[in-house]
Design a protein around this ligand. Sequence first.
Ligand code: COA
Ligand code: AMP
Length: 630
Amino acid sequence: MAYKEIYDSWKADPEGFWMKAAGGIDWVKSPSRALNPDRAPLYEWFSDAEVNTCWNAVDRHVQAGRGNQLAIIHDSPVTHLRKGITYKELQTRVASLAGALRAKGVEKGDRVIIYMPMIPEALEAMLACARLGAIHSVVFGGFAANELAVRIDDCKPKAIIAASCGIEPNRIVHYKPLLDGAIDLADHKPDFCVIFQREQEVAKLIEGRDFAWHTFQYGVEPADCVPVSGDHPAYILYTSGTTGAPKGVVRPTAGHLVALNWTMRAIYNVGVGDVFWAASDVGWVVGHSYICYAPLIAGCTTIVFEGKPVGTPDAGTFWRVISENKVKSFFTAPTALRAIRRDDPDGEFIKDYNLRHLQALYLAGERADPETIQWAQKHLNIPVIDHWWQTETGWAIAANPLGIEALPVKLGSPSVPMPGYDVQVLDEGGHPVSPGTLGAIAVKLPLPPGTLPTLWNAEDRFRKSYLSHFPGYYETGDAGYVDEDGYLYIMARTDDVINVAGHRLSTGAMEEVLASHPDVAECAVIGVADELKGQSPLGLLCLKKGAAKDHADVVKECVKLMRDRIGPVADFKRAVVVDRLPKTRSGKILRGTMVKIADGADWKMPATIDDPAILDEITLALRTLGLARG
Ligand code: COA
Ligand code: AMP
């Protein structure tokens, strides 16, 4: 069947469509129906089913006789290691870790924070939680102790599983002091921590609280898979919103299994025995869905890559991994390709490797600029597929479903909506606009299986953030348009979220950090265009009267403060001191206008501006940083 027929068949009978997709999952108790609308506009999927995620990702493949197939390949140029783990080995390791967690009191519904680099043990920790029905929350290693503390206080974990260190090309990331600092800062204290000691750094353990990964598991009874109900939270993943407090996106168990399993064939065109690689990090949603869960659920081999697109050791690393491991579908962020292209503009490294198994390259996480797509098309000579999704959805809202039908690629568009998503472009009043007209992108409720049913412990915030602006719709926070052929174009965020190197960051959270500097009276953070990273954060600081410090010192302190409070991932390296910030007469800071000025784009004087002269001052200040050159 072609894409259109499949999409239309979903629209005609969503219940039938998802019940059929549910056939790809092993149930302890099969669902009697797909959608549960009892609490609309809050929806659940497969809520009367019973199921276990780990069984579907691991055990069922062993039971089907594929125990000797590789489940995980760890390819780590930063440690010069490469090793494989079979499904049988994975089952043994996960059952053992789950048994040890259970012996220490972790049960269905308990939260467990995972703070680990790109090593197979991170996936094992996630799967061990899933085995017990415990709810994991993975925190990205590039966040500072303070951000980890905020997450500890929000989800109140019984245990934290961490590694002794992570390895960045230019330094060792000392996870353990960050973890200890976070536990000190947090009001909630976990009962215990499990630390995976890496060779590169052995961390000091706190007696009675910390246990070493291996000794912790010594002599314990392995745990079997614990059935959970379909709507049981599989995990919580925090993501940036408008304010400083991150949003705890909840992932429901059954919908997650059904939807991810469906996407592996329909979108990525892979199945049992194929090698699939998503070059992301387990701390992000791409890592949850497409490094850990989906490839394993589908019986593929997944690659855990511990390195960077460039510099580990060179811009040929990705092509080496693809060639050596016979990767069939590969997923990365456009920024990674831009980094490779910058170092290897003519694609010389690509020629060194045999990439004949690679059928397609998938891009997501930020807007894929046409030049980058064209560069990849030219040098790889395979379909380059942009697809659009968010932490909240867990899988693609729009894509080019290669496993169903290879649709024509249109540069700058992530193609068409996937079954389950009725995507509409709305004007401010909530009315659908005509093709070609820019508007807010919204999805008609209910969202499909696997998407967020709520935010952790924050149902009101969920309703306010996503459901209240356009009643009957989920508001994506992205703006764009649809063309005459139904292709979507994602142009910008409608909120204060920026996207730096495929990482989603809140300018609101960054402003809170700057405002806490003793000399800063007022501030704004904007995302300015960056050739490599898409956007880059920039601070504008107004100092308190009488602040005698040198401006350069204040800027330096603010940069350090951001690194200490949010973490290196914020990539906050630039700020400038100004006398005043441009505002509307009602006092709203005109961030959008400043972005346009900084980027040297066309801009119009806002009708509501309080004092137009301030924009000249801002332009001059931005020019000192090499910006605002239209
Ligand atoms: N743990 C600790 N620190 C981390 C980290 C981690 N897991 N990941 C990144 N950082 C640090 C980096 O070391 C860097 O620190 P520095 O300021 O001391 O140099 C900082 O965070 C910013 O990192 P990054 O944005 O990655 O910039 P970079 O200059 O190191 O690398 C790219 C640039 C383009 C190569 C890199 O951003 C990249 O590979 N991006 C792809 C992103 C991606 O896959 N996103 C997932 C969405 S699909
Ligand atoms: P995250 O939740 O971190 O995955 O970030 C989601 C946001 O990244 C989306 O809301 C978009 O703003 C942006 N994004 C992700 N994929 C794409 C894409 N293919 N094209 C344009 N923007 C994207």
